[in-house]
Design a protein around this ligand. Sequence first.
Ligand code: NAD
Ligand code: LMR
Length: 325
Amino acid sequence: MTLPAKRIAITGAAGQICYSLLFRIAKGDVYGPDQPVILQLLDIPQAMEALRGVLMELEDCAFPLVQGIVATDDPVTAFKDADAVFLVGSRPRSKGMERADLLAVNAEIFKVQGKALNEAASRDAKVIVVGNPANTNAAILAAHAPDFPAANITAMLRLDHNRFLSQLATKADVAVRDIEKAAVWGNHSPSMFPDWSNAQANGKAISQLIGDEAWYRETLIPTVAKRGSAIIEARGASSAASAANAAIDHMHDWINGTDGKWVSMGVPSDGSYGIPEGLICGVPVTCEGGVYTRVEGIEIDDFARKMIDLTCAELKDELDAALGR
Ligand code: NAD
Ligand code: LMR
């Protein structure tokens, strides 16, 4: 028996990340190979012609799971009855541009989209914000969607998490799949904190396998934290395929579960670990039955405390600036 289709809303549909994301979602990478989907694509009026080209390409793939595609420049139409929402569209950072410059433009976009989400999306919809500054955009979205469950509004830290896993795996000479309990805390920005204090591979502490605290602090942390800028420098454009992959990992795991493994998600703070409420902050979570749960009881040493406080202070400043406080 065919399952009823899931409605997946995706913004920034004519952009670079979506040029990878849409095709993987259509193939079944989020909900699985038996779940039909209806794609509800949003972009701005000036991008409609480019989006028409993407639609032709989607059509030309003849994806068996795609039951329908809506392309629109109206957020209420795009979010109508959505089960999953990928908010990718925003103004991307280009060479030499500071993240702070993005705040005002994007606050306005996410205010409008928050209102539309509030009006139109299913109350169970799972929302990921990818567009930068992702954590702050997610907080603005939540502030303008008072009737929508705030816990279902998340920001993407998964790209940072995946970058962290790859760097650890290479240095420790282990497989990525064998690494557990790695976490990225805070803002999706260079202030983020990739935390190896609990990370293990095959039951052994990664810190002991690598045995080089100076490498961790002076090379690994900045490499992960500044990877986005390094890619912009090299490509002349923001990461796209790896960002789409991370968005799929985030939503796939939230829906299907992580089997006890830790992953990093930007979620609304409940005040735990001294993270101020009101922020949407990267923390380690596990997912089961369509629900994410913060990992509790992690010991925070002095170094981690300092790093988490720094990234949270930046998040608070960003949010204050975006809200004009
Ligand atoms: P892009 O410029 O190629 O595409 C952005 C798309 O969004 C464009 O088609 C644009 O027309 C559209 N858009 C702009 N305003 C919109 C609105 N109000 N509603 C709907 N669509 C709108 O950019 P990209 O490379 O696809 O990147 C998108 C965003 O993702 C950027 O902000 C980028 O910095 C961010 N990003 C985040 C991460 C992360 O880890 N969180 C990683 C990579 C990129
Ligand atoms: C990334 O981490 O690759 C992006 O968020 C970089 C950016 O600023 O677009």
